[in-house]
Design a protein around this ligand. Sequence first.
Ligand SMILES: *Cc1c(COP(=O)(O)O)cnc(C)c1O
Length: 426
Amino acid sequence: MPDLSVPELLDLDRRHVWHPYGPMPGRAEPLVVESASGVRLRLADGSGELVDGMSSWWSAVHGYNHPVLNEAARGQLGRMSHVMFGGLTHEPAVRLAKLLVDMSPQGLEHVFLADSGSVSVEVAVKMCLQYWRSLGRPAKQRLLTWRGGYHGDTWQPMSVCDPEGGMHELWSGVLPRQVFADAPPAEYDESYADGLRSMIERHAHELAAVIVEPVVQGAGGMRFHSPAYLRVLREACDAHDVLLVFDEIATGFGRTGALFAADHAAVTPDVMCVGKALTGGYLTMAATLCTSRVAEGISRGEVPVLAHGPTFMGNPLAAAVACASLGLLLGQDWAAEVRRIETGLREGLAAARELPGVRDVRVLGAIGVVQLDHEIDMQAATAAAVREGVWLRPFRDLVYTMPPYVTDDADLARITRAVCAAAREG
Ligand SMILES: *Cc1c(COP(=O)(O)O)cnc(C)c1O
């Protein structure tokens, strides 16, 4: 196939290629990216570069085309890009698992390497259900969560996404029926906490686990809540024999200002999912971590194995890049970088408070959110950001940014100007 011109590419794309949450044939015209470096995406139509305010959905924390990550990938490519994980093992996967155990909350000891965030949530749910089955309590097979969540697009994760207004509403009669608490208030509220406690107690006989995104609810609405709720969940789960799962796929690896959002409350969940920034945005990989209690429980069962094994489990190329990415993160003062970005977002987004149609402006760690009082005009808002030289992907009533940690102050100011422009014109 000869090189395709931009119009040819767009035409073929529209006719043949699904995009996230997209129609077929495609309606909105995507931008064609030719390459990316640092925090910039270079467009193929010759119009120049955009500063990436999205980190490719939370993942590219060190920026694109990073020499250290490139070298890790190249080095691993020369040895092997993949071998099956059944009956075989290799250093990149073992090193990655050890790194994750060492950096994650105390007590998480065992690692299942999955190939995407959604799969890691499936595995987390399977672990919890199987744990209770192995202990002779098969009735414990439902999940409790709070509204406003997002846990991925495959079946079990969809069942714990926000049941209303979310993207999976269509399936409400088909999905497993889970138990939903109200969305957590931003500030700690004792009566809300009491409600959570009594709901967990009331449903304990049928609950395998409580699953939540700790501190920040991402794609379900970009809402923040008090870390004190995590302690409430931990205590109630312990008191009533329910497992606790934290989905840290978006929040993990420093994004909220703590290495993991669980660290804000010094709570260890029984099971934890990570993904997105795990490989620095290079390759698809996620992981499900669990405690020895969960692993040993499963191993005591009538089926003493965890029956899950994706073809590309533990992919050496992704694992090698993940090790390098975590090395980069831990090898610098990541917390200072995230604090610097937090300050820049607070200063730059303050102006958005004065805009008509803006309901709320909130910042936590390297996450900045402007919430409107209306559904955004996505095309107009995206175009406004692009005119400011920035890539943003607003949705619902939200314009938000989670920049790469390497974004310098000038580019950060550009991003916040673009968020304000998108909020004004969306
Ligand atoms: C993105 C995300 C997922 C799903 O991860 P994929 O890699 O897209 O399957 C699950 N949970 C949370 C909190 C996420 O942000």
